[in-house]
Design a protein around this ligand. Sequence first.
Ligand code: IPE
Ligand code: IPE
Ligand code: MG
Length: 254
Amino acid sequence: MGFFSSSTQTIPISGDIPNHVAVIMDGNGRWARKRFLPRVAGHKRGVETVRTLVKKCAELNVKYLTLFAFSSENWRRPEEEVSFLMGLFMDALKREVVKLHDNNIRLILIGDSAKFGSGLIEQIRVAEQLTANNTGLTLTIAANYGGRWDILQAVNKMQLAHPEKAGQFVESDIAEALSMHYAPEPDLFIRTGGETRISNFLLWQLAYTEFYFTDVLWPDFDDQAFLQAVQSYQQRERRFGRTSEQLTSSSVDA
Ligand code: IPE
Ligand code: IPE
Ligand code: MG
């Protein structure tokens, strides 16, 4: 079963905690370089930030947290860094999965996992299966993920499933076939590390998401930095095309 309602249909109540937060975790390499450490030391330290953020989101009752861990373009990095990241990923999965499960967190991976080693693929399967029925926070890790890849696989999938509908597909058909079909669209997008770009993250779903960019490097992104992002979000007026005046009549629907 998918989650077919677009977040552009109903305006969430202003001042609420975002229901879905999507994050580009950037700046690990620069964090390390500033300390004359190898880049990979930044990645290692970045895992700590993931841990604290997951905890904070569960505490605040954020329902979906989606983290960009490795893009389809990150294979272009030096082989040594790529294999370090894969190893780190494997270790973190092994070490954290029971803790996630104990905290009622559901873990889901999105991205083209075919390129990963068989050990990692198996570890992902085990973690997803163990936590599949958890009802707390849904933690999605985007690994070997690209927004264009996702839209393309969705289009191919829906055409194969419904050849009779060719030429008649609607937006919800794509939404249903995307890898994150189980989640509503993100309310808040955060990118750390100072760059102001999407880098091929969730292209379809970010259509009406509120963007927050910070210079804070990912390993330094602590609870306080996250709360600042949430506070910024809470002050936004989401209009989805309407006028500000239309919003004053409470709970506007499409
Ligand atoms: C983000 O940090 C982590 C990944 C892309 C895996 P970077 O490694 O991109 O750090 P910077 O941007 O070089 O500082
Ligand atoms: C984006 O970060 C991908 C992840 C955080 C996983 P990058 O650091 O790879 O992005 P670009 O290449 O600078 O846009
Ligand atoms: Mg970067």
